[in-house]
Design a protein around this ligand. Structure first.
Ligand SMILES: NC(=O)c1ccc[n+]([C@@H]2O[C@H](COP(=O)([O-])OP(=O)(O)OC[C@H]3O[C@@H](n4cnc5c(N)ncnc54)[C@H](OP(=O)(O)O)[C@@H]3O)[C@@H](O)[C@H]2O)c1
Length: 209
């Protein structure tokens, strides 16, 4: 049975991803700052402790990582530092510590977001983190092909999901549900998605940009 680790498993997207992988027959492990064992992607020591030799996975998904909403004039040095430490460097740490325990043909899937290519006002910190993460994935993909082969690192750029739109008192109608988005994580893990940058159908740069 294939093994999937989902970091951020209790979140809006993570809980849908857990269900999609369990339904597809994976043995799933969920993790976050409040699980046992716990993982905090903002803390390098926590990540090192979590990924112990001998416990390997076919898919590692990170659906965690915060970045700050706010107009540029309201964002300070700390807002950007915290956003990058979580959403960008946090997920980079997952790749660095996760690759050694990833099985042959395994996939690591990171989570960006549509603000990488369709930013709204107030999303500069989020967009910067998402674009940085995409650049990281593109570069690492080329290294991995040469070095360890058969393992891949991919990034998914989900649009706003309906559940989150509702929480933000926005109209959820234009947006897909987390369960629909979760299907694209599954495609990314099974190789059905051919590129290292994965968009949700109907919410790609060509459509939205
Ligand atoms: N929701 C959307 O509309 C949307 C759209 C595009 C992209 N995204 C991106 O998708 C990701 C997940 O979003 P979401 O809305 O599902 O978030 P969410 O509902 O707030 O859930 C976040 C999940 O991540 C865990 N988490 C938070 N900080 C963590 C840390 N430092 N280390 C480990 N786990 C941590 C949380 O659990 P604990 O609190 O227990 O740690 C929780 O399980 C984020 O990167 C977000 O930017 C979301």
């Amino acid at each position: 049975m294939k093994k999937a680790l989902i970091i951020g498993s209790t979140g809006t997207i993570g809980s849908a991803v857990i269900k999609a992988f369990a339904d597809a027959g994976y043995e799933v492990t969920g993790a976050s700052r409040n699980t046992s064992p716990s993982i905090d992607i903002e803390d390098p020591v926590s990540i090192e402790k979590f990924f112990i030799p001998g416990k390997s996975y076919d898919t590692i998904i990170c659906a965690a990582g915060n970045a700050t909403f706010g107009d540029l004039e309201l964002l300070n040095e700390e807002s950007f530092r915290n956003s990058f430490n979580s959403k960008l460097t946090g997920q980079i740490r997952v790749v660095q510590s996760g690759l050694p325990v990833l099985n042959t043909n395994g996939v690591i899937l990171l989570t960006g977001g549509m603000f990488a290519f369709e930013p709204w006002p107030g999303t500069s910190a989020i967009a910067a983190a998402n674009c940085g993460l995409e650049g990281f994935v593109r570069a690492v993909t080329r290294e991995i092909k040469d070095l360890t082969d058969k393992k891949s690192v991919r990034i998914i750029h989900p649009p706003l999901v309906a559940e989150t739109a509702k929480m933000m008192n926005m109209d959820p109608a234009p947006w897909p549900f987390a369960a629909d988005v979760a299907g694209f994580y599954l495609k990314g893990a099974t190789g059905e998605a051919k590129n290292e940058v994965i968009y949700v159908d109907g919410y790609s740069p060509k459509v939205l940009g």
